[in-house]
Design a protein around this ligand. Structure first.
Ligand code: ADP
Length: 274
């Protein structure tokens, strides 16, 4: 009947998506064009939820007299449209992160309060998952960790590591957030005791749309763009994101921020005058 038809269509749609993606990998090796790959990836990522939404909306329309089916399909409809929402949000964030910082984008960002604020914003998610967030702040509390940059992008970088760590942690575990000064840099480390990432995947997790477990990432609402956005944001600010991970032990991601040193600026200016 009609319901089965819709289910079959949805299944075919997912399968077609896998085939297209596989063909695309072959293409990727032949045509070494990042831009083309990216546009191809984006359109494939968009195709599935868009097609599913159309199909489901029609099915809901036609099954209006059957509340059971309406409920089932509209739940999937909501999930797919959320997916579309996070995809478009992440694509916009990625394109912003990839462009160089313009002088007018730069604001003074105080990193310590920014990290604390993001940790607080993730307490509800952590609680929901039975995970405890523990912060360790740098010892020299007087020292100012600030730089000139885009506060929203930097906050999103911290948020991405936190939500990944929480989502990959088993219930009852802790996620540690450390802040420390290393020479003229400020380092924020997010450590989990999750499943870890094997070496062959570790090299690829910063690539756009790369996920170790495709189905699991999708189910959790992931777009596979988070770490790529994070890396671009950090590099645009003169910093970087690094990872250490061991399967069965856990992962540790660190954000390194170059600090703006006012005293150093003054010394340089004084030197120039001499
Ligand atoms: P996603 O939207 O899938 O979370 P990301 O770019 O943030 O995309 O991460 C890419 C992949 O890296 C994830 O799909 C996951 O497989 C892996 N990953 C990221 N963070 C962790 C972590 N803390 N523990 C284990 N795997 C992780």
């Amino acid at each position: 009947d009609h319901t089965d038809n819709v289910r079959t269509h949805l299944f075919r749609l997912q399968r077609r998506f896998v085939v297209v993606l596989a063909l695309d990998l072959g293409e990727e090796q032949r045509v070494n064009s990042m831009r083309r790959d990216f546009i191809a990836n984006v359109s494939h990522e968009l195709k599935t939820p868009i097609a599913a939404i159309g199909l489901l909306a029609e099915a809901v329309q036609q099954a209006a007299e059957d509340p059971e089916i309406v409920r089932e399909f509209s739940n999937t409809l909501v999930k797919e449209s959320r997916r579309l929402g996070s995809l478009s949000r992440d694509i916009i964030q990625l394109s912003e992160a990839q462009s160089a910082l313009r002088p007018e984008d730069r604001e003074r960002v105080k990193l310590r309060p920014l990290v604390r604020q993001e940790v607080d914003a993730h307490r509800a998610l952590a609680e929901q998952r039975g995970v405890t967030l523990v912060i360790t702040d740098a010892l020299d509390t007087e020292r100012d960790a600030s730089l000139m940059g885009r506060p929203a992008a930097l906050a999103a970088a911290v948020a991405n590591l936190l939500s990944n760590a929480i989502r990959h942690s088993p219930e009852g575990e802790r996620v540690g957030v450390g802040m420390a000064f290393e020479k003229k840099r400020f380092v924020v480390t997010v450590t989990d005791q999750g499943e870890g990432i094997a070496g062959e995947n570790l090299a690829r997790i910063f690539e756009r749309f790369y996920r170790v477990d495709e189905a699991r990432s999708r189910d959790a609402g992931g777009t596979g763009l988070g770490l790529s956005i994070t890396r671009h944001t950090m590099r645009a600010h003169g910093g970087d994101v690094d990872v250490w991970s061991q399967p069965g032990v856990g992962s540790s991601f660190s954000l390194t921020f170059p600090l703006h040193d006012a005293a150093e600026d003054r010394r340089k200016r004084a030197k120039k005058k001499v």
